[in-house]
Design a protein around this ligand. Sequence first.
Ligand SMILES: Cc1cc2nc3c(=O)[nH]c(=O)nc-3n(C[C@H](O)[C@H](O)[C@H](O)COP(=O)(O)OP(=O)(O)OC[C@H]3O[C@@H](n4cnc5c(N)ncnc54)[C@H](O)[C@@H]3O)c2cc1C
Length: 492
Amino acid sequence: MDFKIPISRRDFMKLAGLTTAGVILNPSIEKVEAVERISGKTLKYAGKEIPILYDVDVCVCGGGPSGTAAAINAAKNGEKTVLIERGIALGGLAVLGCVYPFMQTHAPNSDTPYLIEIKNRLLAKGIDYDDKVTGQTWHNPEILSLIYDEMCEENRVKILYQTDLIDAISSNKKISAVIVKTIEGLAAIKSKIFIDSTGDAYLSRNVGVDYERGYEKTGNNQPMSFRFEMGGIDIEKLYKYVVIDLQEDWCKSELPYLEIAEAMHRKQRYKLEALMARGVDSGELTQEEAEYMQAYAIIGKKGVMSCNFPEIPVKFKSTDAIEYSQAVVYGRKMMRNMANYLVKHLPGFENAYISREAAILGARESWRIKGKYYLVEDDYHNQSRFPDAVCRTAWFIDAHGEKVSEKLPKGGFYEIPYRSLITDKISNLIVTGRCISASFILQASMRIQPTCMSIGEAAGIAAAYSLKNNISANNVEWDKIPANKRSYVSQG
Ligand SMILES: Cc1cc2nc3c(=O)[nH]c(=O)nc-3n(C[C@H](O)[C@H](O)[C@H](O)COP(=O)(O)OP(=O)(O)OC[C@H]3O[C@@H](n4cnc5c(N)ncnc54)[C@H](O)[C@@H]3O)c2cc1C
């Protein structure tokens, strides 16, 4: 790869806390015991004796941006941690769902230490993620999943891949074990604390936590997208056509960074809208297909773009198993038709082809818990601050098809309280990422990956604090954790 690291290697090593030998200096690693498989112990589940695979301090369910952050930070803080993931890569939607890049939060100084470390590691692997203009993090999905594996290994997080959380055993407001389906069959994992990072609040719903789904006004979930990548694109030619010939000023970055977009239902008028409208006129595209198209050049993958389309109609709900499956079939047809159209009509795409389909549909929103604090739209507009805030964000309300809000004034932001991650219902459960306690409209702002990562980071830290201080996870007061141990301290 020919991407330059814009700082000297020596400075970078200092910044990232690396030795010159490339070994991460992590003072807490020595304290974490290796997580060993238990042999011979079983548990009775659904009339069967099933093996107990692990008995640990923290069990994180779901290895997306928030779950991976939670697991790494629990382990960094000395806790024996297992991370369950149903795919074979960490990163969730960012990797399995082809969702790219990390959006900017628009909030000043929102990067928590974990985010900074991820960015430094991208640089160390030759991914110059910063276009110096937009604030987006132009990562690279295959490098990101590698970084996550490495960080888990360094911190002794035990990853269980191709493992589905299917059930949980709980009593007296406490989860004692989760039941998982591994490649061997059913098994149990016991833990002191459980973190629900499934994005779908799967664990929480299983143990009786209150939840919501979709928009209370319409009953719709946010639309899903079936994302994919296209290779063989002449990015220079595309750049010339869109930025120079069409004079699209939406694309603020210089090559190798390039974003193209159009969205017919938005106020913003994009130059590529005319191209897609012509497709409807000629019968080559349906109106549904032409509505939304967006693609990003991927750093480190020459000629490849990450396609944020097709956007699948809202009649297919992300919370209905049958409609979800129908959406895959429907979306795949839309994907092929749209890709064919671009190959035929968009300069730069003449030799392009679908090089990768997402392994999971892009569900922007599905189920959300109702926790101790329920974030609402007013928290966005009022720029709410909380003593127990775990991070800040100012990404606009981006509820596709329902509401797109004005941006907050420059420098403005709201905070996310730890109380939105916990409930009265279960004492040893913390919830992270896009399914925390927030209304449909507010979730449309907090759901971006950097914010989900910072939430996960805080969950890992809080879990460790809970265990060390013998306070149940749902009674931890984030603001009582010593400031130097917190990933974020509220600016009140
Ligand atoms: C189409 C689309 C476009 C987006 N665009 C952007 C963007 O440009 N930039 C940005 O920053 N954000 C974007 N987002 C938002 C962002 O990607 C998500 O909100 C974010 O990834 C949520 O992180 P998470 O950790 O909560 O969950 P997820 O990323 O959903 O990860 C959940 C993980 O849990 C695993 N899992 C789920 N259930 C189980 C189970 N039962 N057992 C085991 N494992 C399980 C899944 O396999 C997955 O790995 C977009 C989202 C979508 C859908």
